[in-house]
Structure formats: C-alpha cells, structure tokens
Design a protein around this ligand. Structure first.
Ligand code: ZN
Length: 383
C-alpha cells in the first residue's frame, strides 16, 4: 500500500480540481482518495494521457517529405508512405514511438496500423504495454486474423479496401465487442452517414464535416479524434472549435509520426492556440481539452483500464511537478496544465501497465497459449 499526498489532483470523470488530497494505492488500484489538511508534496496527480490516434510505424522515417502533399504521402493504396513501410523495421518504430509516448505521459496509444495482418504481427513483435493496434483488412481472407490481432478496427477511409469488405470487417469487430474507428472527411467532404453505416465508435479528423454532420455524429454517440498539428501541417482546418461547440465527445491524437512526435502535451498546446485563434479559448475549454486527452477516450476506444482518478480505478496516473507547471501562481489552473504541461514536469508514474494488451503475433509456445509471456509489473511502483 502507498499513500501519496498531493497538493493538487484532477479527480473523477469531470477532472475536478482538488487541493490537498491523499491518494491511497494498493495492488495497482486506487483504493481511496480524500481531501486532507496534512502537508502535501508540490505535485499534481492526474490520469495518464491517452493518444487517440497515431501511426507509430512512421517513426521509422521521421521528417521525410517536407514539401509533398497529403494524398501523395498517405494514400493507402499508392502513397509514398505505403512503399516506405515495406522496407521499415516496424517493431523498432513502434517501440520507439511508445517510448516517446510514455516519456510524455501517454500510456495508451491507439495506433492505426497499416499492412493488414502482417502489419499487425510486425508491430506486436515489439510487445509494448499500452499499445492499442487498430488494424485494417487488406484482403478478405485475413479478416479473422486481423480481428484477432487488433484492439480495434482502424479504417484509412470509409470504404477500404472496398465498401463491402469495410462493412463486413466493421460488423465482425462490433460483434466481437471491439471498437471501430475510421478516417473521415480529412481532405474533402465525406458525410457522417459513412461512419454511421459502419457503426463507428469514433472518427478521425473530420475537417470537412459540416454542422449537420457534427450533430448527426453527436446524436449517434460517435466521438471525434482531432489531430490539430497534423491538420495544420497539411494546411487543413482542424474541426476542434466546431466539434466542441456541437458538444461532440472530442479526443486528441498526434497522427503521423513522420511529421509529429507522439507528444500529447504539444497537441494540447496547439489545440489551445487553435481555440484562441477562433476567439473561444477559456478556462472551461482548457478543462475540456484535458478531458479530450484523458477520460474521453474510455468508451470510444474501449480503453481496458479505468482512466479517471477515483476509487477503484486501475489506470496509470501521472505525478507532475506542480511548481514546474506554475500551478500555485496560475489564475487559470486548467489552462496552466494544458499549456505548461510537458515531459519535463513528469516526476513519476503510478500503476503503469506492465504487459502487452494484445499478445504477440508469434506462434504460441508448444504446450502453452503464450499468456505467461511478459511479467505483470502492474502495481510494482506503488509498493
Ligand atoms: Zn491517421
């Protein structure tokens, strides 16, 4: 058992800011959290970040194609990236991407993995805890294998590789209780109907969704993963102000690692700039941005641990240096976390996930199902 006395905490699903708290941890869970008048450490304890959209395989080729356009690079059938991935060490790229993500406080990453079943096997060789692969089906006969190896379905476009196969894959994932996500309306108009037809849990980008589409997604309970830095890099308009105004459940992602390191703190700052530019930024919206980087991912991504800091939670928690965030002096404290958070302020992680969520694509050892692979280190930090 361990008791952490923190000056600040972001607690519950609403990330309520508490001052002077004791968090009691035991066996990888929060067993109690209450306010205290005892002396506390100058730290903020909060849920770990969840990156709702990344392509970690791209860590194999950072800072390439500085002047090429979006479709030239990422077209899922003919793009420059598809060819580059063929010769890449994907396991090493995923390992690197997860290492950078964790150093920046993200302990769950939804990776839209390219290359069908083989692409999943390559990535899973890295055996990274917190890695959530969203696979895609390239050929009909691999549907079962992609379903088995994926945390969720991650379509590069609504009808990939064909509208019929995309629909069958989505149905299979839904039946298996796995989440379904897709890129939608990133570079051109595509109606919300495309996502609804597939029963999607979330869509990514949505730069060219109109107001009716946003309302339709909200009515259907479909979340939107926004990647502001990626959109700006490709000179596309991030749909963040409108999505927040429409009341959609918003999540944040860092998208292609070729162009952006998977650091959600930078994404949070960029998001604040986008909102400020639209004349909307406020302390209340800073709080919404923090939810977008943490608790909002719970349902749409089916994150396998309980994210909010509350009794019973088994999710990873960040202990941040509150002095480095300027928190005691900041008038708007949510805004301080959003705009001054960063890897340099992360002093400790509690309940970090210790073993991969999805088993490696390697054949199981004879006589076993491979479930003994990787020691469960969960909870070790709090002993
Ligand atoms: Zn993407």
């Amino acid at each position: 058992m361990r008791t952490l006395r923190a000056r600040y905490a972001l607690a519950g699903e609403g990330l309520e800011l508490l001052e002077g708290v004791e968090v009691v941890l035991e066996g990888g869970r929060v067993v109690d959290i209450y306010e205290t008048s005892k002396k506390t450490s100058e730290v903020l304890v909060m849920p770990a970040l969840v990156n709702a959209h990344a392509h970690l395989g791209d860590c194999a080729f950072p800072e390439r194609w500085l002047s090429e356009g979006l479709s030239e690079i990422v077209d899922p059938r003919r793009g420059l990236k598809r060819r580059a991935l063929e010769g890449a060490d994907v396991a090493e790229a995923v390992e690197h991407g997860m290492k950078v993500s964790r150093a920046a406080g993200a302990f769950g990453v939804a990776d839209f993995r390219e290359g069908g079943a083989e692409g999943l096997r390559e990535a899973l060789r890295a055996g990274e805890p917190g890695y959530m692969p969203f696979g895609r089906v390239e050929r009909e006969e691999e549907l079962g294998e992609v379903l088995r190896l994926s945390h969720g379905l991650g379509l590069p476009e609504p009808g990939f590789p064909t509208p019929e196969l995309a629909e069958r894959a989505a149905r299979a994932f839904k039946e298996a209780g796995k989440p379904v996500g897709l890129h939608l309306a990133e570079a051109r108009r595509e109606p919300a109907e495309e996502a609804l037809r597939l029963g999607a849990d979330f869509v990514v980008h949505g730069c060219f969704l109109d107001w009716e589409d946003l309302e339709e997604l909200k009515r259907a309970g479909v979340a939107l993963a926004v990647c502001v830095r990626s959109n700006m890099w490709f000179r596309l308009p991030p749909k963040l102000p409108e999505a927040l105004e429409a009341g959609l459940k918003v999540m944040l992602g860092t998208d292609n690692c070729t162009f952006h390191k998977p650091d959600l703190w930078r994404e949070l700052e960029a998001a604040s700039l986008v909102l400020r530019r639209s004349g909307l930024y406020s302390e209340a919206l800073a709080r919404e941005l923090l939810k977008a980087a943490t608790v909002n991912a719970q349902e749409p991504l089916k994150v396998p641990w309980r994210i909010p800091l509350e009794k019973g939670s088994d999710g990873p928690l960040l202990v941040m240096d509150s002095r480095m965030l300027g928190l005691s002096r900041a008038k708007n404290k949510y805004s301080a976390v959003v705009r001054r958070g960063g890897p340099e302020a992360l002093v400790e992680v509690l309940n970090a996930p210790g073993k991969p969520l999805i088993k490696s694509g390697r054949p199981a050892h004879p006589g076993g199902d491979g479930s003994g692979e990787g020691e469960d280190k969960r909870g070790q930090e709090d002993r």
